[in-house]
Write a protein that binds this ligand. Structure first.
Ligand code: GLN
Length: 249
């Protein structure tokens, strides 16, 4: 693979970006550059051409509160055809919290206000208990290549998400709430698309997940399996150890 390059499509950075979600872009970028993979970041927001979505080798959208979600829905449903195509073509994508909710059928807020969803993935979000699910979270992921390691992060959401029977979760809760208070599911995993409640940002806390996305992006773009050069993740490892051994009560 000569001069590999990844184009990151950052969806609505000006609206969808809470609890440090933009850190995921920084981490992905630096882990690529360190390995000689060039990176271009394109912001896709109100006023962008919908076709920009299909220029991306990796798509990212962070979380937000309900008001921003409504604004974004109004714009993104006009671009839906392209986002759906990207998901179906296995373009890797990470969608956090409010963004994850937007991929589903609908979201009913704590005030009972319905926010429409893009209906790209079979899931829906309601707010049955009118309480927020907040705190540190640990997940055993369904991603085959990462089964030997726990995914960690931080959740803060009012919406509780339920997957249709044919949808696979991103993982199973070890600690925290995840999708809802009823089943053990966290997030959704469809083709190379992950929807999750994990802020953190998730990539800084789980560098191997970032690398999984980089490898998938290169595979889809260049058609070759890639073995990424290992990086010195000593500090990340120590931070993870600390997180996993501390008392979260
Ligand atoms: N507005 C959504 C909720 O509270 C999403 C919140 C978020 O993205 N952090 O459920």
């Amino acid at each position: 693979m000569k001069n590999p390059k990844i184009t990151i499509g950052w969806l609505y950075p000006d609206f969808m970006n809470t609890y440090g979600d933009r850190g995921n872009i920084l981490v992905l970028k630096s882990r690529c550059l360190e390995r000689g993979i060039l990176v271009e970041v394109i912001d896709i927001s109100l006023g962008s051409q919908a076709s920009e979505i299909l220029r991306a080798d990796f798509l990212f959208m962070g979380g937000a509160q309900d008001r921003q979600q409504e604004i974004v829905y109004k714009d993104l449903h006009l671009k839906k055809k392209f986002l759906q195509q990207a998901v179906e073509r296995e373009i890797p994508g990470l969608y956090i919290c409010g963004a994850y909710q937007l991929l589903g059928n609908y979201y009913i807020t704590a005030e009972g206000v319905p926010i429409k969803g893009l209906e790209i993935l079979g899931l829906y979000t309601e707010n049955p208990g009118k309480k927020r699910l907040v705190g540190n979270i640990v997940v055993k992921t369904e991603i085959e290549e990462l089964k030997d390691q726990l995914i960690i992060g931080f959740e803060n959401h009012g919406g509780q998400t339920f997957l249709n029977k044919d949808m696979r979760p991103f993982g199973e809760i070890v600690r925290g709430h995840g999708n809802n208070e009823i089943d053990p599911n966290e997030g959704v995993y469809y083709k190379n698309t992950i929807g999750t409640y994990l802020h953190g940002p998730i990539f800084s806390k789980n560098p191997r997940l970032a690398d999984w996305f980089i490898a998938k992006a290169l595979k889809v773009k260049y058609g070759e399996d890639v073995q990424l050069k290992p990086m010195n993740d000593r500090f990340e490892f120590l931070a993870r150890q600390q997180f996993l051994t501390q008392d979260h009560a």
